[in-house]
Design a protein around this ligand. Sequence first.
Ligand code: C2E
Ligand code: CA
Ligand code: CA
Ligand code: CA
Length: 278
Amino acid sequence: AKKEGGNRVTVYYDKLNPSNIERPRLEAHLRNAIENETIEVCYQPKVNVELGTIFGAEALVRWTDEEFGVVTPEVFIPIAEDTGLIQQLWDLVMRRSCKQVSKWNTNLTQPLSISVNFSARQFQEPSTMLQRVKDILAESNLAPEHLEIEITESILLTNSSEIVHTLKSLQDLGVAVSIDDFGTGYSSLSYLKDLPINTLKIDQSFIQNIDQDFGNSQIPEAIINLARSLHLDVIAEGVEEEYQKEFLRSKNCVQMQGYLFSKPLSKDDFEQFLKNFH
Ligand code: C2E
Ligand code: CA
Ligand code: CA
Ligand code: CA
């Protein structure tokens, strides 16, 4: 750790190196934060630019540790995955976000849907996970249609027949399945057609590469066309610029998420954002 001017402390460590001397302590702090539920959940709006509506939000975890300061999900999610803490973290995010969105929906004419990120670990004990999803939905009084799960392509490559079966069970409940970071993985396009999925989420790197005169737009355009021909929904993430939005809109990709609309927001800020939208 390095002391900067004032009392800000920034921690430098190799996040992927389990032998780093800071790591065991970071792990212990993470375990505490999860057990004490001091981890926060933020909500990033998902907008439909054609209808001018917010139709949902993605739940994203936030952790500020007393000693380590702000630790980004890119650092602590892999640690949670390695140690198995991701199960408890997932449970916490599911419980909190489903309850929250259910609460919001009681006051909304257009109900929101909540998107939760699922890790590969969530699919290790499918029947336990499915039961937990059902229980949490029931506890929070949220219709399964208002829950979406986001998984990366890499999950589809591991033990795929069991994964496919599990995704199908989720869909049978009414839960939607979205492929996150689409285009960065290695999905074989031929089997995409047979997978129980609802949505392709175009990875933000492709969106951010789109430039002012719509250069570098071949990949997002190809994904939009692929989604259309497979009768899947498509959403773009990481939309930061007006011209990126215009490009997507011109290709009839109208669902978007990104800093252009809003950063991930605390519960209170999300409520304010809902009020001010329109
Ligand atoms: P992700 O699921 O791909 O989430 C999108 C990330 O992009 C988020 O980073 C979000 O804050 C950021 N983002 C959104 N709009 C923009 C934009 O316009 N520009 C840029 N540059 N970034 C944007 P975040 O919150 O730091 O999360 C990073 C990753 O950590 C997530 O990537 C996800 O893989 C993982 N993660 C976050 N929360 C959870 C969780 O509850 N469970 C699991 N398993 N993973 C999570
Ligand atoms: Ca995601
Ligand atoms: Ca993503
Ligand atoms: Ca990502």
